[in-house]
Design a protein around this ligand. Sequence first.
Ligand code: FEO
Length: 171
Amino acid sequence: MLKEKMLKALNEQINAEQYSALLYLSMSAYFNDMGLPGFGNWMYVQYQEELTHANKFFNYVIERGGKVEVKAIKQMPTSWEGVIEVFEKTLEHEQLVTSLINELVDIAIAEKDHASQSFLRWFVDEQVEEEANVTEILDTLKLINGQGNGIFMLDREMRTRVFVDTTTAAE
Ligand code: FEO
């Protein structure tokens, strides 16, 4: 059985992951509207990934006998100043998520909840990858100043990203 503090924090994380999903869906809509379908696809895959993160937390809470509280999701932004700003905001957001995951680990340690510590390890590793991927794209965008032919070439590359549900892979 999950302790109250852990349960509350896990429920908040479900909401945070759902917000992340909708933030990236909103960014996907923005890119498609800009005429950058490849970037739109990349963000749509990101949206799908975040849903699997939310669901991984959802299923874990249930598995541990906790009650999931599905809550309203705050309004996400719908427009940005351009491609670079979107990825700057994405990196900032992923850094925030990393800090939330770290706080969850801190609670699991304080509560001596070994099962939650083990469960959260997947997310600790995932955040390293998330931040690295976004940083790499941001660095490339800065090299090409977020415009010109470079953007269209990058857009073509971003179109190839496909969704893979890594949350269900062998653990
Ligand atoms: Fe679910 Fe992008 O962190």
